[in-house]
Design a protein around this ligand. Structure first.
Ligand code: SAM
Length: 352
């Protein structure tokens, strides 16, 4: 007699892609990319596209597994390949060229490796976090400091953190700046603007806009350098401050990229209320994050990001557009609209 637990070949459940194996696949992908970084593959390919044989010689590889390694990276869209077979040429994708080639001003190889080690430690303690409700980041425990106080305790760590933020947000910023209608606005303040990347993208694309990038004093020189590099010092002002202690500058738009999810509900509401007071009637508060879908079924990245906040902060969590709508209405905003951006990221806009 067949029991419920028998695996039958006619049971369609077992003919589909295993969701459990996805977790294993995640490790394979992670380690494949990290091997490519460690071997210096992307830095090698930045000079010119190469064949498999040329890569083998230059990186002093054995040859066994070579084409599986390279073609796995192609299938993951982490390498381009022109042609098929032995004479095919491998080259870097645009994203890899920007972030994983040594010497690029945006290089994050070192940070990426450190982050991965931190994630392995922190995510390994997810069960503990769920039992205790306490963050599990090793360097945060028992220090009484928050994520940013730890991240900015040396110039090198600050620089790496800033590059990491840019890496995570560049695609969604690019999309937002192209798709949002800026015509009704002249001034913008980006709260927690890091090194000013978002303001730079807005100012480059929308010549009438004047921007303020507001962040902790620890990031002042990074923002000034980046804005100067882009020749935009006349249209972007750097303001140092603490967004819990200082008033927000008064502008037509206030933006927050990946800010609200770092904080607990009470702190989120404080930041929303400050934005409301700084905006004129008709002004817009724009939040760009990994917004979770309202039914909390689809945006795995948003839900996992929220668990990341459980592990890395005292009270942070991600949220849905409906959650945001109720918080901003409580603060006095009239209405909200969503705008989906790249990958798991979206914007939600609240109008005063
Ligand atoms: C997750 S990062 C996001 C940076 C950038 N908006 C982005 O989307 O890439 C959070 C930012 O908030 C800033 N921040 C944290 N606490 C702050 C505070 N109390 N006052 C001002 N800025 C703060 C950090 O320095 C950091 O730049």
């Amino acid at each position: 007699m067949k029991t419920k637990n028998n695996i039958s070949l006619t049971n369609t459940q077992f003919q589909e892609k295993s969701k459990i194996f996805d977790a294993v696949r995640g490790i394979y992908i992670n380690k494949t990319l990290r091997a490519a970084i460690k071997l210096g593959l992307f830095t090698l390919l930045q000079n010119k596209p190469l064949t498999g044989e040329e890569i083998k010689t230059a990186l002093n590889l054995n040859g066994r597994g070579l084409f599986d390694f390279l073609d796995a990276l192609v299938s993951l869209e982490l390498l381009n390949r022109d042609g098929n077979g032995k004479d095919a040429l491998y080259s870097n994708t645009e994203e890899v060229s920007l972030f994983l080639v040594k010497g690029s001003s945006q290089y994050i190889g070192w940070y990426f490796e450190n982050k991965m080690q931190e994630f392995e430690q922190m995510w390994g303690a997810l069960d503990k976090a769920l039992k205790t409700g306490k963050p599990q980041r090793q360097d945060l425990k028992n220090t009484g400091k928050n994520l940013f106080e730890i991240a900015y305790d040396s110039k090198d760590k600050s620089r790496a953190s800033v590059k990491g933020m840019n890496f995570r947000q560049m695609g969604s910023f690019k999309n937002f700046v192209k798709r949002f209608d800026f015509s009704g606005y002249n001034t913008l303040c980006d709260i927690g603007g890091g090194n000013g990347l978002f303001s730079i993208m807005v100012a480059e694309q929308h010549k009438h806009m004047k921007c303020i990038t507001f962040d902790l004093p620890a990031l002042d020189s990074f923002a000034r350098d980046k804005i100067k590099e882009n020749d935009l010092l006349d249209r972007i002002t750097v303001v140092n401050g603490n967004f819990f202690k200082d008033d927000f500058p008064k502008t037509d738009m206030i933006t927050m990229g990946n800010i609200l999810h770092d904080w607990n509900l009470e702190q989120k509401k404080i930041l929303i209320a400050k934005a409301y007071h700084a905006l004129p009637v008709g002004g817009a508060l724009v939040v760009i994050e990994s917004i979770i879908d309202n039914e909390r079924r689809k945006n795995t990245d948003g839900l996992l990001m929220s668990l990341n906040m459980l592990l890395a902060t005292e009270g942070g969590f991600d949220f849905t557009a409906a959650d945001f709508d109720s918080w901003v209405k409580e603060a006095g905003f009239k209405k909200t609209t969503p705008l989906s951006l790249s990958g798991d990221s979206s914007a939600v806009i609240a109008y005063k």
